[in-house]
Design a binder for this molecule. Structure first.
Ligand code: 1CP
Length: 348
C-alpha cells in the first residue's frame, strides 16, 4: 500500500502530512461554476459521468491533493429509494417529507443499483485516471443525517420532526434507519467494487442528539454498516465523521470499528491526540472560515494542527466543507503550509 493517504488510514505516521479537503470540488472554483451551468439540475449533474468525473478532477489539477472524493451527494440514496428529491438553485435540497409508516411504504430497494449505476461509472472512470499517488474516496451520508433530510424535507435548524419521531416512536423510526443501513451498506460495497479505495461516512448532524440517542441512531447504525462493508471488502479503510459529537467521539471510535475519524473544528487538538489517536487515525480539523480569511491566522493554525496531530496517524482536512466564498488562492497557500510544516517527533 503505497499511497500516502492510504498509509495514514492504515495507522502509519506519514510525513509530509497527507491532505484533502471536504467539498474540495464546488462553488468556490470558477471552473466548477462554468461546468455546473451546463447541467439541467444538480442531481442530473451528479448522474452525468462526463461532468461528475471532470469536477472531481478539477481540484486535483489545481492543488494535487492526496485523495480525490467522488463527486456526488448524500441525497442520491433517498432518490434511489424512490423519494422525490430535488435541489432548488440557492435553496438547497427539497424532498417530499416522510413522517410515518405510510410514507415509508413508498420506498424500496429494488432499483437501487440500477438507479446509482451512473455513480458507479464515475468511480470506474476515475480509478483509471488518477495520478498513481492519489487515492479515490467513495462516500455516503450516515443513516441519521440522511433521515433528517428525508423526514424534514429540507435542511433544518432544529430537526424538530425527525427528533420528535425518533423519540416518540423509536420502533417505527428504526424501520427508516434499518432501510438506510441496508441501502447504504450495499451502496458502499458497490462503490468499492467500482474502484473506491477508502470510504467516508458523513454524519453531519450527529451532534444534535443526546447521549442515549447518539448511541442508538449514530453509533449502532455505523457499527452495522462498518461490519457489513468490512465483511464484503476486507481491508477497505472507513472514515467516520460524527460531526459535533464532542466527548462522544470517544465512544464512536471505541465502538464503531472505523479506521479513522474526521474531527470537526470544535474538537481540542491535544484531547484528540490523547483520547482518539491511540485508537485510530484522525483527520481534520481546521475551521473552514480560516480558509476564507487566509493570511497569518490560517498559516498559524494549520501549523499548530500538524504540530500536535502530525506525530501520529493523521490526515489534514477542514472541520467541515469548503464554503463558496473561499478564495482559491488560499487553498494553494494552505497546501504549501501543510506540506512544508515540520512534524514533531516523526523522525522525518
Ligand atoms: O448547485 C450546487 O453546486 C450544489 C452544491 C452542492 C455540492 C457541490 C451540493 C448540494 N452537494 C455538493 C457535493 C457534495 N455533497 C459532495 C462532493 C464531494 C466533495 O466534497 O468535493 C459531498 C461529499 C457532499 C456531502 C453532503 N451533502 C453532506 C455531508 C457533508 C456536509 O457538508 O455536511 C450534506 C449534509 C449534503 C446535503 C447537501 N447537498 C447540497 C447542499 C447545499 C446540502 C446541505 C444542505 C444543508 O445545509 O442542510
Amino acid at each position: 500500500m503505497k499511497k500516502p493517504f492510504l498509509r495514514a488510514l492504515n495507522g502509519e505516521t506519514v510525513s509530509p502530512t497527507p491532505l484533502w479537503l471536504m467539498r474540495q470540488a464546488g462553488r468556490y472554483l470558477p471552473e466548477y461554476m462554468k461546468i455546473r451551468k451546463t447541467a439541467r439540475n444538480f442531481l442530473d449533474f451528479c448522474y452525468t459521468p462526463d461532468l461528475a468525473v471532470e469536477v472531481t478532477l478539477q481540484p486535483l489539477r489545481r492543488y494535487g491533493f492526496d485523495a480525490a472524493i467522488l463527486f456526488s451527494d448524500i441525497l442520491v440514496i433517498p432518490d434511489a429509494l424512490g423519494q422525490d428529491v430535488s435541489f432548488l438553485p440557492g435553496e438547497g435540497p427539497q424532498l417530499d417529507p416522510i413522517r410515518d409508516l405510510s410514507g415509508l411504504e413508498k420506498l424500496n430497494l429494488q432499483d437501487l443499483h440500477e438507479h446509482l449505476s451512473p455513480v458507479y461509472e464515475v468511480l470506474t472512470r476515475l480509478s483509471g485516471s488518477l495520478p498513481k499517488e492519489t487515492a479515490l474516496i467513495g462516500f455516503c451520508g450516515a443513516p441519521w443525517t440522511v433521515a433528517t433530510y428525508m423526514v424534514e424535507g429540507k435542511g433544518s435548524k432544529d430537526y424538530a420532526a425527525t427528533r420528535s419521531w425518533a423519540y416518540r416512536a423509536p420502533k417505527e423510526f428504526s424501520r427508516l434507519i434499518d432501510l438506510l443501513i441496508e441501502a447504504t451498506s450495499a451502496y458502499l460495497i458497490e462503490q468499492v467494487a467500482h474502484g473506491a479505495e477508502a470510504l467516508q461516512i458523513f454524519d453531519s448532524w450527529a451532534g444534535i442528539l443526546p447521549e442515549m440517542e447518539f448511541h442508538r441512531w449514530v453509533i449502532d447504525p455505523t457499527i452495522e454498516i462498518v461490519r457489513r462493508v468490512k465483511a464484503a471488502c476486507p481491508g477497505v479503510p472507513i472514515i467516520g465523521f460524527p460531526r459535533g459529537a464532542g466527548v462522544l467521539y470517544r465512544d464512536f471510535v471505541a465502538k464503531t470499528g472505523v479506521d479513522a475519524v474526521s474531527l470537526d473544528s470544535s474538537v481540542p487538538l491535544k484531547w484528540a491526540r490523547d483520547q482518539l489517536q491511540p485508537h485510530c487515525t484522525v483527520q481534520g480539523n481546521m475551521d473552514n472560515f480560516l480558509l476564507v480569511a487566509g493570511g497569518e491566522a490560517m498559516d498559524r493554525e494549520a501549523r499548530r494542527i500538524v504540530d500536535i496531530l502530525g506525530s501520529g496517524p493523521f490526515v489534514f482536512n477542514l472541520g467541515h466543507g469548503i464554503v463558496p466564498q473561499t478564495p482559491p488562492e488560499h487553498v494553494t497557500r494552505l497546501v504549501d503550509v501543510v506540506r512544508g510544516a515540520e512534524t514533531v517527533g516523526s523522525g522525518g
